[in-house]
Design a protein around this ligand. Structure first.
Ligand SMILES: O=C(O)CCC(=O)C(=O)O
Ligand SMILES: [Fe+2]
Length: 402
């Protein structure tokens, strides 16, 4: 009997440069400023429902056009008779030590609704991480070297058993979606319902509970080892956190739990022996602005700085002590945190040096960016509610209201 063609035996599609470099960077910014400790060791994730629950609903806007484009491509390529629903959308990053052995994506009873998988690579092998090569057990191509903008689509069943090599260094970031024929697993319906539960009055982020950001997750119970991933990302850039509220805790009450609560309150950033006078509402706000700076760094560098005043003061001795005290709590296990931070950096990646004037510009630009997305969400949400589906709205519709 003649062999069935490969397309039938192993239905899969690889698309190069399907996502623009700018979208890859934007999604990387969203992930690095919002992710929580994930479902597998050394893995971090950002789901759309988490963005909504942390008052960052506007950050789902950049996902909307690409979700639609990917859905159309999956339906077209796999010749779907009926419209599919998106079952899950998430940003996932894998760090040193993470890997996954041979599996199909529907290999658990509670995953049987998954019909198609789509993995979009947001950063690149060798530049941002080493290891992390994707393999199919049978058929061609047998391996995929992740490159920013490339996409792999495959059926979630045993015709596409795959694995991912262990990450050796760096952070490998993907946008991962699963599609289903079963409308009862429609992610849109769930997201629209969650969106209705939260006020959309502001776009200032609110953190989830501290233990969701504690790494490794088993250390979160007693906080006796490990570190806060958000603070580790700041430390990686040479930035420290200062809380003017620390002094309200009397010495006996200064337990780690109390001090960690300071992350939920207003904070300032310090760099070397200088303090920015900008007050952030909480750690999530700090991280969003800092990661925005990392995303836009090269354009901010070239901006006219004459309008941007950088307000910096020298740190007093007492303020420096407060910074050290908070750091000892948030990066409890400093050697472990520093080893982890080092492993997040890929040796081949060009590192940049923090610049105060460009950072002040980033504070202003972050406001403009967030407020634009927030307005877009407010205009679009009634349409999503009406159609019970999340879809891109033509930009003309925004123009009238802005
Ligand atoms: O990130 C990848 O390349 C694939 C990940 C994977 O297989 C999964 O999450 O099931
Ligand atoms: Fe998989």
């Amino acid at each position: 009997m003649a062999e069935r063609p490969q397309a039938e035996q192993h239905p899969r599609l690889i698309l190069h440069n399907f996502l623009s470099p700018e979208l890859c960077k934007e999604l990387e910014f969203i992930h690095k400023s919002n992710c929580t400790v994930g479902y597998r060791p050394n893995v971090f994730s950002t789901t759309l429902s988490h963005l909504i629950a942390t008052n960052s609903s506007h950050l789902i806007m950049p996902f909307v056009p690409i979700r639609e484009k990917l859905k159309e491509k999956v339906e077209e390529y796999f010749g779907c008779q009926y419209e599919l629903v998106i079952e899950f959308t998430g940003l996932i990053s894998w760090t040193k030590g993470s890997s996954i052995g041979w599996h199909s994506d529907d290999n658990r009873p509670y995953l049987k609704q998954r019909d198609f998988a789509v993995v979009c690579y947001l950063n690149s092998y060798d530049e941002d991480f080493r290891g992390g090569i994707f393999h199919f057990q049978d058929g061609e191509p047998s391996s995929i070297v992740p490159m920013a903008g490339d996409v792999v689509m495959y059926t979630a069943d045993t015709r596409n058993i795959h694995s991912v090599d262990e990450i050796m260094e760096g952070e490998r970031i993907t946008l991962t979606l699963w599609f289903s024929r079963d409308v009862s697993h429609d992610e849109d319906a769930k997201l629209i319902s969650v969106l209705s539960q939260y006020s959309l009055d502001s776009y200032l982020p609110e953190p989830a509970s501290n233990n969701m950001y504690w790494f490794p997750p088993d250390g979160a119970l007693k906080l006796q080892s490990g570190f806060d991933i958000r603070c580790a990302r700041l430390h990686m850039l040479g930035l420290d956190l200062y809380s003017s509220h620390r002094r309200i805790f009397s010495p006996g009450v200064n337990s780690s739990y109390n001090l960690l609560e300071l992350l939920m309150r207003s904070l300032q950033l310090a760099w070397e022996d200088e303090l920015f006078d900008q007050e952030f509402v909480n750690i999530q706000h700090v991280l969003q602005v800092v990661q925005f700076y990392c995303w836009k760094w090269s354009t901010l560098e070239t901006m006219d700085r004459s309008e941007v005043s950088s307000h910096i003061k020298s740190l007093s001795q007492a303020q420096q002590e407060d910074i050290t005290c908070l750091k000892l709590v948030v990066l409890q296990d400093l050697p472990v945190a520093e080893t982890f931070i080092k492993s997040l950096n890929c040796a081949n990646k060009l590192q940049y040096i923090f610049n105060c004037a460009s950072f002040s510009a980033a504070v202003v630009e972050w406001e403009t960016y967030s407020s634009r997305l927030h307005k877009e969400l407010i205009v679009t949400l009634p349409l999503w509610r009406k159609h019970e589906s999340i879809f891109p709205c033509p930009s003309d519709d925004f123009a009238e209201t802005m």
